[in-house]
Design a protein around this ligand. Structure first.
Ligand code: MG
Length: 269
C-alpha cells in the first residue's frame, strides 16, 4: 500500500508547482461518515487548515454530492470554491453557477421521489430531495443487502427513472440528470480554468474515482502533475485503492496531511 506519509517528498514536488490546486471531497474525507447526512459535520481541524490553505494556494475547492448550499454551509470557508450535486452546481466568489438545462430536472426529480417513496418505504430507507438530484439512503436499514435489492428492483421497474442517470455510493443510490457531469468533469474544468500545473485530489468513494481519473488524464494531456489520494475507511470501494496514487487512513490522516501542507506550501506567505 502506498501510504501518503511515506511519499512526502513526491507530494512536496507537486505542491511546489504553480498554480497549484487542492480539491477535496467532503463526506468520509474531511468529515466522518455519520448515520444520516444531517448528522455529519466537518472536522474543525480540517476547516482550520483549509481556511489557511485557501490563502496560500491558488485554488482550494470542495466537491460533494450534497446540494451546493448545504456543502458550503457545512465546510464554512468563504474563500473556497464549492461544487455540489455531483458536479452539477458551482459556487465561486459569492455566485452560484449552474447549467440552465439542469434546472429543468428538478420537476422530474420531484415526481420520481413521489413515485418511489411508497414503493421503497421500509425501515431505514430514506430519499433525500436535493433539488436537481436525489439520493436514496439505506445505511440505517436493519438488512442493508435486502434493502439494496429492493431499491434496485424498484428503480429498474420505474419508467420515470429511465430518463435519469443512476449511480451508487456508500449505502446509497444517486438519481441524477442525464447530463455529463460528475466529480471527474468538475475536476477537469477546475484544472483547465485555473490553468493548474499541480493538483491534489482527496476522496473516499465510488464517485471520487471519476476525479482520480481526471487527475491522471490531465497528467497525460497537459503540463500538469497531480496526485489522487484515496481515503481508506471501513466501507472503502474495492477499486478506490488501485485507482489512487497514495492512500490515507481516515479523516484523522487528512487532518495531518492538510496541516503538513500549511507548513510546506509557503510560497505565498
Ligand atoms: Mg465521500
Amino acid at each position: 500500500m502506498s501510504y501518503a506519509f511515506h511519499y512526502l517528498k513526491s507530494i512536496r514536488k507537486i505542491i511546489e508547482r504553480v498554480p497549484f490546486g487542492l480539491i477535496t471531497d467532503v463526506d468520509g474525507t474531511i468529515s466522518k461518515i455519520a448515520p444520516t447526512p444531517q448528522r455529519a459535520s466537518i472536522s474543525p481541524l480540517c476547516r482550520q487548515y483549509l481556511l489557511k490553505l485557501s490563502g496560500q494556494l491558488d485554488l482550494v475547492a470542495a466537491i460533494s454530492g450534497r446540494p451546493l448550499n448545504q456543502v458550503r454551509k457545512m465546510v464554512g470557508v468563504d474563500s473556497m470554491v464549492y461544487i455540489g450535486n455531483h458536479g452539477l452546481e458551482r459556487w465561486r466568489e459569492g455566485r452560484i453557477e449552474s447549467k440552465d438545462s439542469i434546472l429543468d430536472y428538478s420537476g422530474i426529480i420531484k415526481s420520481v421521489i413521489k413515485e418511489l417513496t411508497p414503493l421503497i418505504s421500509r425501515e431505514g430507507i430514506s430519499i433525500e430531495d436535493k433539488g436537481i438530484t436525489a439520493t436514496i439512503h439505506y445505511r440505517l436499514s436493519p438488512e442493508p443487502e435486502l434493502a439494496e435489492r429492493k431499491i434496485l428492483n424498484t428503480l429498474n421497474g420505474s419508467t420515470q427513472t429511465k430518463s435519469l442517470r443512476i449511480t451508487s455510493g456508500k449505502m446509497s443510490f444517486n438519481l441524477l440528470p442525464p447530463i455529463e457531469a460528475d466529480k471527474g468533469t468538475a475536476t477537469m474544468d477546475l484544472i483547465k480554468e485555473y490553468n493548474l500545473k499541480g493538483g491534489i485530489y482527496l476522496g473516499d468513494d465510488y464517485t471520487d474515482i471519476d476525479a482520480f481519473r481526471a487527475i491522471h488524464t490531465a497528467c497525460h494531456e497537459r503540463d500538469f502533475q497531480g496526485l489522487a489520494i484515496g481515503i481508506i475507511g471501513s466501507e472503502t470501494p474495492e477499486n478506490l485503492e488501485t485507482e489512487a496514487d497514495f492512500t490515507l487512513n481516515g479523516v484523522g490522516d487528512v487532518e495531518l496531511l492538510l496541516k503538513w501542507m500549511t507548513n510546506n506550501a509557503l510560497r505565498s506567505s
